[in-house]
Each structure stands twice: as structure tokens, then as C-alpha cells.
Design a binder for this molecule. Structure first.
Ligand code: NIG
Ligand code: FE
Length: 411
């Protein structure tokens, strides 16, 4: 058990919510509620016990931490990552500098299939060690809850391998991990002339096997031209529901092919990417409970359009931001950078970007009752900034490390 402790003289305590068991949408996202000159009391169970203004600071005999000049904010919740992979793909990065596109690189054997070949040559232990290191790096960058996808296995053994690594990470991780099965990430070469066979393998063998070992919470599909069609996604999501795997899907990264509407019909928790959006896609989202997730680091890195995040918020939606960390399109674990990019390249206000990456991220992982904001009873997962002039300074000072320390479950 921890010791109770109090943080005092906090310049501003941000991300406060009171009885808000949901995310923020539209206009509400402009409010990242805060208290200036505050104290924050953490219980011995690692939860938030209370907070208030310094003129009413309680008598306290335990550890006291002075936060003069510093801000406290809830940790980020990174709701979309491909954290477990083997090796890296910096040669593809150089190919892009030389003029090839992400799609051209995939067509010549790079891309997801390149990572799948590397994963097949790695042991579970090697994958575990490498991803454990990445997890700790993410935490040091302020991430206090995370989602991890499979999708580099692309066979029964491969997907079980990557999901077992995720399971092992979960058992040692100080932060909560939600796991997503992404068997339909790319079509393996061996099925090039028989797509149906791969879909059947996922439905008849892989999903039942991972459900039997309880290895995943969600199911994902890369619904995109040259990857998986809308009707293939629908078959897979229907099968997922039979095994209690809720959908969170990759849609509209390069083309709008109807994936958003179909995912909404299949009661997807979230639709992620959204770089290419039609008016119909907006309409479908406006009439749904599905959460739109934007991934600006991917747009930045492979130079594709940014999701229309400003417009999504302006039409009242609960925009969410995540890193999309992966070795091909976003080798970036830094949520502070994602927040800066959202402000710089998507026109979000700092308050909107922080709501999108904390409380709204938690909702995209169904963790909003315990994570994502400063609220009595929630887990004490928060970041303490260095001494900074204001909240606006954080995204403004992009590529600078403004985090002084990260507290996870009160530690
Ligand atoms: O979200 N677009 C599909 N999946 C990843 C990229 C995976 C990779 O290139 O390895 C993404 O961008
Ligand atoms: Fe992704």
C-alpha cells in the first residue's frame, strides 16, 4: 500500500470533473476545468481523496510535496497504439523522403507485411522486453492508460503470440492496458488469391482461440482500399460481437469507402483515423454514439491530410486524440507532441486538445469512471509539469519536455 500524501501550492490543478461519467463533446471541450493555487490529497489506496484551494488546505501530518509554479494535469489516455512489434522501419522512412508514398512502399513488400515478417522471427520474450521498455517510455511521457493492438501476427500462431505478449504486459504494467485484436490489418501474401480463406481463418479459428484465452477486449479491422472491404469488416465485427469483442476500427485513412457508417451500424465504440471525410461521414457520426479518434502524429509522419478535428468538434462531437504509435506510420509515443500537433495543425485550442487526450481518451477505452480526470475516487494518475507560465505554454513549447514527474496510482 502507498502512503497518503498531499501536493500543495499547485499553480493550477487542471482537468477537474465532478460527477461526469462520460466524455466531453463539442463546445464543452473548451472548458478544461481548473483551480488556481490548489492542493491535492492522495489516499493510501492510490486514489484521489480530495482537492481544493490553498486558503482551505487541510491539516496533514504525512508527506507534503510543494508544487510552487507547477501545473498538475490528469495523465493522458492513449486509446490507439500498436505498441508490440519487432524491429523498426526506418528504411521506409527514407524511401518516403525519396518520394515513395506509404501505399507504394506497402505494394513493394514494405509496410505492415514487413513488420509481420519481423514478428515471426521474434520470440515472445524478445517482443515482451522491447514492448515493456516502450510502455515505460510512454508512461514517462505522461501516458496513464493505454490501448494495444495486435495485427503484426496475421496467422493463428502469430496473433496468439502478440496477444500473449500483451497479456503479459498487462500483468506487470502499472497502468491499465486494453487489448484489441487486429487480425484484419493486412492480407498475408499466402492468401493473395484467396481473401475469403483468410477471413474464414479469422472467424473460425483465430477469434475463438483468443476468446478462449480471454486475450482481447476489442476487435479492429483496417477498412481501406487494398486492405479490407466494408463487407469483410462487417462479417468480422459480427463475429467479434459473438465473442464479446466490441469494435474499434481503422477507417477513412486514405479513402472514404463507407466504413464509418457501417462501423456505427455495428455499434463501434470508436472510429479511428478519419483523415478523409465526406459530408455523409459527418452526418453518420453526428447521429451516433461512436467516438471519433484523430491521430495527428500519423498525418505528420507520412504526410497525409489531418483529420478535420476542428469541424468534428464544431458539429458537437467528442473528438479524441491518440498517438497511433507503430513502426510504420507513427513511431511516436509522445502524447505531449500529439497535443502540440493538434493545436498547430488541426486548430484545436489547448483546452480542447487536453480534454481530447485525457477524459475523451478514457471514454474511448471505457475507462472514464476511473481515469482521465481529476475527480474524487478516481485513480491518482497525473502529471506534474515543470514550472511554466500557463497551460498554453505546454503545447506551445512543442518538442520540449515540460513534464517534471508522472504519478501513477499515487506513486
Ligand atoms: O494506424 N493504417 C493501418 N495501421 C497503422 C499502420 C501500421 C503500419 O504501418 O505498420 C496505422 O497507421
Ligand atoms: Fe493504427
Amino acid at each position: 500500500m502507498n502512503q497518503a500524501r498531499i501536493y500543495t501550492n499547485i499553480k493550477s490543478l487542471y482537468g477537474i470533473t465532478a460527477n461526469l461519467p462520460r466524455n466531453k463533446a463539442g463546445r464543452e471541450m473548451k472548458e478544461f476545468d481548473h483551480l488556481d493555487s490548489a492542493w491535492l490529497l492522495i489516499s493510501e489506496h492510490g486514489t484521489i481523496k480530495n482537492f481544493g484551494p490553498m486558503n482551505s488546505v487541510p491539516e496533514f501530518s504525512g508527506t507534503t510535496i510543494d508544487c510552487s509554479g507547477k501545473l498538475i494535469l490528469p495523465c493522458f489516455v492513449d486509446s490507439h497504439t500498436h505498441l508490440i512489434h519487432a524491429g523498426s522501419r526506418e528504411n521506409e522512412f527514407v524511401d518516403r523522403i525519396k518520394g515513395l508514398s506509404y501505399e507504394q512502399i506497402a505494394n513493394k513488400g514494405g509496410g505492415i507485411l514487413n513488420s509481420a515478417s519481423k514478428l515471426h522471427l521474434s520470440t515472445e520474450d524478445e517482443l515482451f522486453e522491447a514492448s515493456y521498455e516502450r510502455l515505460n517510455k510512454a508512461i514517462s511521457l505522461g501516458t496513464g492508460a493505454i490501448e494495444i493492438k495486435s495485427g503484426y501476427g496475421l496467422s493463428l500462431e502469430g496473433e496468439l503470440k502478440i496477444l500473449r505478449v500483451a497479456h503479459r504486459l498487462k500483468s506487470v504494467s502499472p497502468i491499465p492496458i486494453k487489448v484489441t485484436f487486429l487480425g484484419a490489418h493486412a492480407l498475408p501474401m499466402a492468401y493473395k488469391n484467396n481473401r475469403e480463406q483468410y477471413i474464414n481463418l479469422i472467424i473460425n479459428e483465430i477469434i475463438p482461440a483468443i476468446a478462449a484465452e480471454k486475450l482481447a477486449d476489442y476487435i479492429d479491422v483496417f477498412c481501406e482500399t487494398n486492405y479490407f472491404s466494408v463487407s469483410e469488416m462487417e462479417q468480422l465485427l459480427d463475429c467479434g460481437w459473438k465473442y464479446n469483442l466490441k469494435p474499434k476500427v481503422h477507417v477513412n485513412q486514405f479513402n472514404s469507402i463507407g466504413g464509418i457508417k457501417s462501423a456505427i451500424n455495428k455499434k463501434a465504440i470508436s472510429v479511428d483515423h478519419l483523415e478523409i471525410m465526406t459530408p455523409d461521414d459527418f452526418e453518420a457520426l453526428k447521429n451516433s454514439n461512436t467516438i471519433p479518434v484523430a491521430l495527428p502524429a500519423c498525418s505528420f509522419f507520412i504526410k497525409i491530410p489531418y483529420a478535420p478535428a476542428r469541424q468534428l468538434i464544431d458539429c458537437g462531437l467528442p473528438l479524441t486524440l491518440a498517438s497511433d504509435y507503430n513502426p510504420g506510420s507513427s513511431p511516436c509515443l509522445s502524447m505531449p507532441f500529439v497535443v502540440s500537433l493538434a493545436c498547430i495543425s488541426m486548430g484545436l485550442l489547448p483546452e480542447e486538445a487536453f480534454n481530447a487526450s485525457t477524459l475523451n481518451g478514457a471514454a474511448a477505452l471505457e475507462l472514464q469512471n476511473e481515469y482521465g480526470s481529476i475527480e474524487i475516487g478516481k485513480k491518482a494518475n497525473f502529471m506534474i509539469s515543470k514550472a511554466v507560465p500557463s497551460l498554453n505554454y505546454l503545447p506551445y513549447s512543442f518538442a520540449e519536455n515540460w513534464i517534471d514527474s508522472v504519478v501513477i496510482s499515487g506513486k
